[in-house]
Design a protein around this ligand. Structure first.
Ligand code: HEC
Ligand code: HEC
Length: 269
């Protein structure tokens, strides 16, 4: 009886000791990270990587394309013998560091298109905040490489106007609002990157249905639904590409912008 009780106490104490040991280990590991980051920037690489993983799998929607092996290059696993993205990012473009290349991939994806793939990657800096962009870069770097994103990168990016880089500014540089708050449908289409996949009035890519006569196939209601919830109805003949159209437009645009876009497309009979 006593012996059993002692055994139980022994096991409990032993387990507690183990947990205490583990708990003490965690802060020790973290404190090995140099805290040289400047103000607003005392975020650790581990925190950036963890945040980036959530963006990658969540709001970023990256696995929609990256993860099937054929639609887009593998990022988390080996890509044609060149290793995961953190191992190859510094070798893609001469003179560009890994960090610079990854930022370019998200800010101006057509600047360097990986051979063998279509230029369908959306401009992510239009959909994600600077924090989300830089944490996702840290996460990508951690896949076989060295994380050199710092809180400084985040702070600097936040000072710049989102979407105002020369590569993707569609018109007037404005505030943080989507398409600088414009209700001009053309500016909205430009800022949303619809033409990275769709053709409209002879411009754009042919991966997705040509929208030049979309008003003849869908009324305003149906177009609105499609933009807000792309999974709601898949275009005939494009079933294989279901899931490619970004789901984030509804949260990016104001109600007035959405309406201007919907009416413009519905008018394309
Ligand atoms: C609609 C499909 C699609 C989505 C969504 C998408 N990508 Fe891509 N991405 C591609 C394609 C296709 C390529 C290869 C062609 C190119 O370089 O543009 C690519 C290329 C890349 C590259 C360069 C890869 C290399 O081997 O050099 C990176 C980095 C990247 N994407 C990151 C991301 C991240 C991070 C996200 C989510 C925030 C994302 N992508 C979302 C389609 C997509
Ligand atoms: C990354 C590629 C991509 C982007 C960016 C994109 N789409 Fe799409 N879209 C698709 C694909 C693929 C389809 C066909 C499969 C489906 O219905 O989901 C589609 C279908 C549609 C349809 C239905 C067409 C039909 O003939 O029934 C409409 C409307 C549409 N998109 C509007 C838009 C608008 C507006 C934007 C910009 C705000 C946009 N899309 C951005 C890929 C994209």
């Amino acid at each position: 009886m006593w012996a059993t009780n002692l055994k139980v106490v022994g096991i409990v104490l032993g387990t507690l000791a183990l947990y205490t040991l583990i708990a003490n280990k965690i802060p020790q590991v973290q404190s090995e990270v140099p805290q040289t980051l400047t103000l607003g920037a005392n975020v650790t690489p581990e925190q950036l990587v963890a945040a980036g993983e959530k963006v990658f799998n969540g709001i970023g929607g990256c696995p929609t394309c990256h993860g099937l092996g054929t639609r887009a290059p593998n990022l988390l696993t080996d890509e044609k013998g060149t290793g995961p993205i953190g191992a190859r990012c510094g070798k893609r473009e001469a003179g560009k560091s890994c960090k610079q290349y990854l930022y370019e991939s998200l800010d101006n994806p057509t600047a360097f298109v990986v051979t063998g793939y279509q230029p369908i990657m959306p401009v992510m800096t239009r959909q994600l905040s600077p924090e989300q962009i830089w944490s996702v870069i840290a996460f990508l770097e951690s896949q076989g490489g060295t994380v050199d994103v710092t809180g400084d990168d985040v702070a600097k990016a936040k000072q710049l106007t989102p979407g105002a880089s020369p590569a993707n500014s569609g018109g007037s540089p404005g505030g943080g609002a989507f398409a600088a708050g414009s209700t001009d449908p053309k500016a909205i289409i430009q800022a949303a990157g619809c033409l990275a996949c769709h053709k409209l009035d002879g411009q754009g890519q042919v991966i997705a249905p040509d929208l030049t006569h979309v008003g003849a196939r869908r009324d305003a209601e149906s177009i609105r639904k499609k933009i807000l919830d792309p999974a709601s109805s898949i275009a005939k003949g494009y079933e294989k590409l279901a899931g490619i159209m970004p789901k984030t437009f509804g949260t990016m645009m104001s109600a007035a912008q959405l309406e201007a876009l919907v009416q413009y497309l519905a008018g394309h009979k």
